[in-house]
Design a protein around this ligand. Sequence first.
Ligand code: LLP
Length: 447
Amino acid sequence: MNIPEHFQINSKGHLEVSGCDTVELAKRFGTPLYVLDETRIRQNCRDYVAGLAEAYPDTQVCYAGKAFLCRAICCLMQQEGLGLDVVSGGELYTALKAGFPPDAIYFHGNNKSREELEIALQNGVGCLVIDGFYEIELLNELLAGKEKRQPVLLRLAPGVEAHTHVYTRTGQEDSKFGLAINGGQALQGVKAILNSPRLELLGFHAHIGSQIFDLASYEITAGILAGFMAEVRAETGFVAKVLNLGGGLGIRYTRDDKPLPVREAAKRTGQMVREVFSTLDYPRPKLVLEPGRSIVGDAGVTLYTIGNIKTIPGIRKYVMVDGGMADTPRVALYQAVYEAVIANKAGRPAEEVVTVAGKACESGDILIWDIPLAAPEPGDILAVFATGAYTYSMASNYNRLPRPAVVLVAEGQRELIVARETYEQIVANDLLPRRLCPQNERVVAEG
Ligand code: LLP
């Protein structure tokens, strides 16, 4: 395996990230452990901002919190000058509890609840991304009698099939997201918003999918959206001020993935949108992008301890780690492929092909099929790359496994940003009705 460019091998032959020895991190914080390289995250943020600004006059980069969110990350994004895309009351609450400026928050969701919308309105969320007629009605009701108009975008389904896994494709017409341009629902949505005295339509949003390498999908989307904007203007006189093209840029999980560097991809996206509008007689809107994976994905590495090793003669060798699908569900969900090394043998040749299995009670809990590793033994630390996005944020307590801790590293410094869950927290919400446990008064009393 070639180790990703921002990792090093130190004098002990250990894998190192931003000046921190991963074997020491595992010893200090325990495993499984998510490690995030702060330097890399900041670089990705800066590359987005700079790349877009090189190509387009008025831009905003919003971090899509669904990739990985906790309060420290909100603070980091604020420091980097990014906005934030949240998609639930929980993500919104996290941002507010981190002191993230509400006016830099875009609130998404295809079924926002009344309570979620109320929290957003009470806290002055900058922009709601409306996804359907139901939400327009709900907002009209919640905003009745209010002074201020609420800025909104309308999410569109542009009818673009991005080349990515079917579960991470969202722009096609048969989708639960957005209102379809074809067939006229989107135009109807625009009219409903324009008719509302309480809503201020800023413009449009589309997100075509995730882990996309072919930027042509964005060009096509921008063209369709610009065409729609021109149609809306002709029909209603409305001129959009904002065009939000969502996120989706792919990252390198394995050597077969060849994404453009972030700065280059951002610049090309800006250029494409600029060109689309230069052919139309339409004022160039502000361009918003919402990357998640390409901000935090390649900054992450997950550390596990190898335990049981089982060889099935003539078939395969299973190397088992102390985590798996509960902390990294993407393999079971999308057949995702990761690469890894043994952190304490990072300098040695990887000659033995094995299958890395998790510890969940489930045959499908395989982390990596057929990967060459350097003679794995119990007690070794396995480092799985490119796990910064959609791992912790999708983790579960399946088998009542506590969620791992998250540590942020930067030039030799390391800081815990999410503590490891404890067994006490695992049972914290369990209630013990006396009727069910009369035989154990003491346990019931201790609650
Ligand atoms: N904006 C919207 C409206 C989105 O729905 C998403 C992702 C993003 C931005 C950020 O996309 P990104 O830049 O991270 O690709 N769990 C899947 C990915 C689901 C993405 C959902 N929406 C996975 O692990 O591959």
